[in-house]
Design a protein. Structure first.
Lengths: 114, 109
């Protein structure tokens, strides 16, 4: 099976701009989660989508939003970018059927905000 | 609140030495616990989970409900074990895990 893919891999934006990141899950996986990874905070959960519905949400401001399409592909959008949004954004997919599902991670999108 | 704690940000050992990466959780029920690993320039991946009771790459982890811990152990560390290790916890009512802040393991030759 092809793994989780994320596009673009690298992105440079300036403060105030907005950005959209894309994630394609493993075929058959219906759950897609997004994480922000930084050296200081580690992995922080943003939100999870299952069957096109946001099922779980982390503690991030409303500038961070996402959606999932009928083919399970997901996008994440960050509006009004701030310097502190610079991070590696990881997407993970899983079957989403219940507990103990293995999360399969993508390579991440490295976002730099100048 | 449910939480997972990895008290060490960095653990540095020499090749051949035993290694133990600590993980503690706060939850009164029966949790699902995982260790994920991220090698340099590779994606984050599952190392092992407590439900499988398996040993992967020489690593084992035992769930201690009394101490609410799930420490990762290896008797003889290898240089290729150098990586970032994340403990993850999932409760019965959750579909996604909560990750600890991670421990960077460096194994010196």
């Amino acid at each position: 099976k092809a793994g989780v893919t994320q596009t673009p891999r690298y992105l440079i934006k300036t403060r105030g701009q907005q950005v959209t990141l894309s994630c394609s899950p493993i075929s058959g996986h219906r759950s897609v989660s997004w994480y922000q990874q930084t050296p200081g905070q580690g992995l922080q959960f943003l939100f999870e989508y299952f069957s096109e519905t946001q099922r779980n949400k982390g503690n991030f401001p409303g500038r961070f939003s996402g959606r999932q399409f009928s083919n399970s592909r997901s996008e994440m959008n960050v509006s009004t970018l701030e310097l502190g949004d610079s991070a590696l954004y990881l997407c993970a997919s899983s079957l989403g059927a219940g507990v103990a599902d293995t999360q399969y991670f993508g390579p991440g999108t490295r976002l730099t905000v100048l | 609140a449910q939480r997972v704690t990895q008290p060490e940000k960095l653990l540095s050992v020499f090749k051949g030495a035993p290694v133990e990466l600590k993980c503690n959780y706060s939850y009164s029920g029966s949790p699902e616990l995982f260790w994920y690993v991220q090698y340099s320039r590779q994606r984050l991946q599952l190392l092992l989970r407590h439900i499988s009771r398996e040993s992967i790459k020489g690593f084992t982890a035992d769930l201690n409900k009394g101490e609410t811990s799930f420490h990762l152990k290896k008797p003889f560390a290898q240089e290729e074990d150098s990586a970032m290790y994340y403990c993850a916890f999932q409760s019965g009512g959750s579909y996604i895990p909560t990750f600890g802040r991670g421990t960077s393991l460096i194994v010196h030759p």
